[in-house]
Design a protein around this ligand. Structure first.
Ligand SMILES: [Zn+2]
Length: 194
């Protein structure tokens, strides 16, 4: 039976690699897939899903007005729907993906961040955590060795940034996956004296 899956994690846990592996597995069995990625993520060119291991796949881009149910219904023979950066879905779009599962009988696998740089849920993630059939946590580690569950936004000197827009594109800041304790204290890397 088809299900709605949410694979969630902090950054750099291999979400995209996992998505592309699943896509490969379906295609190897002669089944077609539909891949989606947000229009705002153009780091590697529009509509391209790229894993850090270097694998790339073309994907359909979505913005906040995109209707997943209409698109998937109109596409023929999709055996599986895969959504990258699912934290950027709207709540309504997550509900549409639920309809893809329930009314069209097609499994939907979404991959995204649980929380933003302030430790709050993204809209898409909040809705997925509420209605997905199956929640799967992909794990990565903090510099201290504990599970990293938070995404710390840091400046070029590794200092925590706590204020700003939820989505920053093209700035100099970057993100580091850390545990809750180090998210709170703002320690982004292992101190040298340890
Ligand atoms: Zn830690």
């Amino acid at each position: 039976m088809a299900c709605l899956y949410f694979y969630y994690s902090a950054m750099s846990a291999g979400k995209t690699t996992s998505l592309l592996q699943t896509d490969h597995n379906y295609r190897e069995r002669g089944m077609s897939t539909l891949l989606f990625t947000p229009a705002l993520d153009t780091r590697y060119g529009p509509g391209v899903i790229t894993s850090r291991l270097g694998i790339k796949k073309q994907a359909v881009t979505f913005d906040k007005d995109f209707d997943f149910f209409c698109y998937v219904k109109g596409a023929r023979n999709a055996a599986c729907v895969l959504v990258d950066e699912a934290q950027f879905l709207t709540q309504k779009q997550v509900d549409q993906l639920g309809e893809v599962v329930d009314l069209l009988g097609i499994p939907v696998l979404t991959y995204g961040l649980r929380t933003d740089f302030q430790g709050n849920n993204f809209d898409g993630s909040q809705r997925l955590l509420a209605i997905a059939d199956i929640l799967v946590e992909l794990k990565t580690v903090c510099h201290c060795g504990k599970k990293a569950t938070m995404n710390m936004r840091v400046d070029e000197n590794g200092r925590k940034i706590s204020i700003g827009e939820q989505i920053e594109i093209g700035g100099n800041e970057k993100y580091i996956s850390v545990c809750r304790k180090h998210f709170r204290s703002g320690v982004s890397k292992k101190p040298k004296h340890e």
